[in-house]
Design a protein around this ligand. Structure first.
Ligand code: ATP
Ligand code: MG
Length: 289
């Protein structure tokens, strides 16, 4: 890219490069080159969230590190005007890439395997608002837990089921450790767990990781920790298994009811009521998941 063309490009704002990563210099050179603006060179990664577009690619040589670029749109075109304005405000007040970067740091500090963030920044692309960019290292992984859930791992069905049961136990241990350290993730769905080639399970999608307000172990904390499991999209028998392992000796029918309470929409009572009154489309989630 010629320097005259580079100088005419919209500037980069709020650039943060994680300096203690071995690729820091390569990352800086990549960002300054502006090559990230031309996403056609990258491989799109499927996402169900219209606020983001995600790409995978290799950092230019000599680094060649497999990376992910997750772009948060300031004002997603798919939204109706009022919701778009709402999304824009939230984007402006709480930069999603910075939040995700901080979330990944929280998880890593708590000893939970997650991705390695490299940099984040903001820049305008095809709208007047600044999109938010997060660059991080790809986790060498073949499957997410969602692949096991959907049975698309290529394993025979009984082997797939056994592996999913095994992974559910590991998941419960990880989430218990997360909550013990006073952290919450807010989107503990199977798609956000990757099974790494090293056999570990990695938690991704860290935009909403935060410290719990109630940190003293006890009933109130437990009640709100279970809210963090509301998106756990495992079938009922596996969720029972999960809770058994997650709660250990504290597992009672009461806590199962609390878990069900959150899953059925208690955190969004207005949305729940509108669904009951048929003023809102039913949830896309399969009944048992
Ligand atoms: N560090 C990573 N290493 C490997 N793959 C990744 C990584 N981060 C994301 N992915 C891939 O991108 C997909 C979507 O990522 P992520 O969960 O962060 O985005 P999302 O917007 O929440 O999408 P979705 O709603 O589909 O979960 C993941 O399911 C995974 O396949
Ligand atoms: Mg996700």
């Amino acid at each position: 890219m010629s320097s005259s063309r580079t100088s005419r490009l919209p500037p980069i704002h709020r650039l943060l490069i994680i300096q203690d990563q071995p690729e820091a210099d390569a990352v800086r050179a990549f960002i300054m080159s502006g090559r990230w603006r031309d996403t056609q060179e990258f491989t799109p990664v499927s996402t169900r969230n219209f606020r983001y577009t995600i790409y995978s690619f290799l950092l230019p040589p000599p680094s060649r590190l497999p990376c992910i670029l997750k772009v948060a749109h300031a004002a997603p075109a798919a939204l109706r005007p009022l919701r778009r304005l709402n999304a824009l405000l939230s984007h402006w007040l709480r930069d999603p890439s910075r939040r995700a970067l901080r979330g990944a740091h929280y998880l890593a500090a708590a000893g939970l395997p997650t991705y390695r963030p490299l940099a984040c920044w903001q820049a305008r692309r095809d709208s007047r608002w600044r999109d938010s960019f997060l660059l991080y290292a790809q986790i060498p992984a073949r499957h997410s837990l969602r692949d096991y859930l959907l049975g698309v791992t290529g394993l025979p069905p009984d082997e797939n089921a056994r592996a999913l049961e095994n992974l559910t136990g590991q998941l419960a241990d990880r989430v218990a450790a997360l909550h013990r350290q006073g952290l919450r993730h807010n989107d503990l769905a199977c798609g956000n767990w990757l099974e790494g080639d090293d056999g570990q399970i990695y938690l991704i999608d860290t935009d909403h990781v935060h410290r719990a307000r109630w940190r003293i172990a006890g009933g109130v904390k437990q009640f709100y920790d279970l809210k963090d499991l509301r998106r756990l999209d495992l079938p009922t028998p596996l969720r029972r298994l999960f809770l058994h392992r997650y709660l250990g000796g504290r597992n009672t029918a009461f806590w199962w009811r609390v878990h069900q309470f959150w899953r059925q929409g208690a955190s969004r009572p207005w949305r729940w009521l509108r669904r009951r009154l048929h003023l809102r489309a039913p949830s896309q989630r399969q009944p048992d998941l």
